[in-house]
Design a protein around this ligand. Structure first.
Ligand code: ATP
Ligand code: MG
Length: 399
C-alpha cells in the first residue's frame, strides 16, 4: 500500500473499532491502481456524520448535509463521507436530498464511473462490484449503470467524463459517449461553478488537446460560458503546444484564441465565476503578452510585471510564436534578479520625504516625482539610497 494510505489506516481502524465499516474510495483508489500520485485520500463509512464527530476529536463540518466531515488526524486531513444513496434527483442536478445508508455497495452504485466506484479496505483488499479495476486496465471511462440514466441524474458527469479523458488519457466507452452526445443539452441546468471546476482540471490534464477536441465533437462547448458558437476560435488552440502551459496560461491562451478585447476579459472570466484575484493575474499576463508582440521586455516592464507574470507571459509568447528554444526566460530572469528593487515599497524614499525636502504640500506632483525616481532606480541611473536620491533630485531640480 502507498504511504498516504498507510498513514490513513489508523483512521479506518478507529471507525471499525467503534463498530462501523470504513474504506478508502474514489479518486485515491483509482490513482493508486494507476500507479499515479495520490491527491486526497477519501474515506467512506457506515457511520453517520454525528457518529464520525464523536469518534474523532478534531473535525470540521464541510458538507454535513451531504454526509461529509473533514477529520484532522496526525497532520493529515481526510474527508470522511457517510455511505449514501442519491435516490431522488431534481432538474438533472445533484440530488434533492441524500439518504444515509449502512451499505457500501449502494454507496459505490451512486458514484459516476466504474473506475471511481472501487473501495479498498485497510488491508488493501478491493471491493469492486462494477469491475472498475477492469475499466482501469482497459483505460475505459464507463458509467456505473446505464449512462443515459446516470447523466440524467446529474449532467455534470458528462463534463467529468471529458475531464478524466484529459487527466488519464482514457477513452469514453461507446454507450457512455452515445448517451453524452444525446443528452449534452442537460448541461444547461448545471451551475457554472461546478462546470468551472471540471473545465479547470480539463485544461490542465496531460491529454488536454484530445479533451478539447471532445468538447467540440460532443457539443459540450455550446453549454459553457462564452464558448457557444466559438468552435473555430477554440480550434485555434490546437495549433499550439498546450502541454507547456499551466492553468493560468491556458485560460490566457483561450482568451487569446477567442480574440476577446482587453475590455471584455473581466466579463468573460466573471461569467466562469473565476475569482477576481485570478482575473487580475490573467489580465496582466495578457497585457504583457500583447506588449511582447510589439517589443522585447524592458527592465521597467519586468519590474512591473513581476516574476510570475513575466514567466507566464513569456511562456505564452514562445508557445504562440512556436519558438522551441526557451532561453529567453533565463536571460530575462537574470535581468529581473539584478533589479535594484522588486517593488515600490522597497524604494528608499517616500512621499513624505519629498514633501519635506521641497517644503511643499502634497498633490499629484508627489506621485509623479516618485514615479520618476522609481524609473531612474530601475534604469540604474541612481542608487536606491535616500541621500543619493535627495542629491539627484536637488541637482536636476525635478520638482
Ligand atoms: P480528483 O483526483 O480530481 O479529486 P476524484 O475522482 O477524486 O478525482 P472528486 O470530484 O474528488 O473526483 O470526487 C470524489 C469521488 O466522488 C469520485 O471518485 C466519485 O466516486 C464521486 N463523485 C464525484 N462527483 C460525482 C458525481 N457528480 N456523480 C457521482 N459521483 C461523483
Ligand atoms: Mg478527489
Amino acid at each position: 500500500m502507498k504511504e498516504s494510505f498507510i498513514a490513513a489506516v489508523p483512521v479506518l481502524r478507529k471507525l471499525e473499532n467503534a463498530g462501523f465499516e470504513a474504506y478508502f474510495v474514489g479518486g485515491s483508489v483509482r490513482d493508486f491502481l494507476l500507479n499515479k500520485e495520490i491527491n486526497d485520500v477519501d474515506i467512506a463509512t457506515s457511520a453517520t456524520p454525528e457518529e464520525v464527530k464523536q469518534i474523532f476529536s478534531k473535525t470540521v463540518d464541510i458538507g454535513i448535509e451531504h454526509g461529509t466531515v473533514l477529520v484532522l488526524f496526525q497532520d493529515h486531513s481526510y474527508e470522511i463521507t457517510t455511505f449514501r444513496s442519491e435516490a431522488e434527483y431534481e432538474d438533472f442536478r445533484r440530488p434533492k436530498e441524500v439518504a444515509f445508508i449502512r451499505n457500501l455497495t449502494e454507496d459505490l452504485q451512486r458514484r459516476d464511473f466504474t473506475m471511481n466506484a472501487i473501495a479498498m479496505d485497510k488491508d488493501g483488499n478491493l471491493i469492486d462490484p462494477f469491475n472498475g479495476e477492469n475499466s482501469i486496465k482497459n483505460q475505459i471511462i464507463r458509467t456505473v449503470g446505464k449512462a443515459v440514466e446516470r447523466f440524467q441524474e446529474d449532467a455534470l458527469r458528462m463534463m467529468r467524463a471529458v475531464r478524466f479523458v484529459s487527466q488519464l488519457s482514457f477513452k469514453i466507452e461507446k454507450e457512455t459517449l452515445d448517451a453524452l452526445i444525446s443528452l449534452v443539452h442537460l448541461l444547461e441546468n448545471i451551475a457554472v461553478e461546478r462546470k468551472q471546476a471540471e473545465f479547470d482540471k480539463l485544461l490542465c490534464g496531460v491529454d488536454r488537446k484530445q479533451a478539447l477536441e471532445l468538447i467540440l465533437q460532443t457539443n459540450i462547448y455550446s453549454y459553457l460560458p462564452g464558448l457557444s458558437n466559438k468552435e473555430d476560435n477554440i480550434k485555434l488552440m490546437f495549433e499550439y503546444k498546450l502541454e507547456k502551459l499551466n492553468r493560468r496560461e491556458m485560460w490566457s491562451l483561450l482568451i487569446y484564441c477567442l480574440k476577446i478585447e482587453k475590455s471584455g476579459i473581466e466579463e468573460f472570466l466573471r461569467g466562469w465565476r473565476i475569482p477576481l484575484k485570478e482575473i487580475r493575474e490573467i489580465q496582466l499576463i495578457l497585457h504583457y503578452l500583447y506588449k511582447r508582440f510589439e517589443t522585447s521586455w524592458s527592465l521597467y516592464d519586468l519590474y512591473t510585471a513581476g516574476k510570475d507574470v513575466f514567466v507566464s507571459s513569456e511562456t505564452l509568447y514562445l508557445v504562440i510564436k512556436g519558438i522551441e528554444d526557451q532561453n529567453t526566460i533565463p536571460h530575462y530572469l537574470h535581468l529581473y534578479e539584478g533589479l535594484p528593487i522588486k517593488k515600490r515599497s522597497e524604494m528608499d524614499v517616500t512621499g513624505n520625504d519629498l514633501m519635506r525636502w521641497f517644503n511643499k504640500p502634497g498633490g499629484p506632483w508627489v506621485k509623479e516625482l516618485l514615479f520618476k525616481v522609481e524609473q531612474a532606480i530601475i534604469a540604474g541611473k541612481i542608487v536606491n539610497n535616500k541621500k543619493i536620491i535627495k542629491e539627484w533630485l536637488m541637482e536636476c531640480n525635478h520638482n
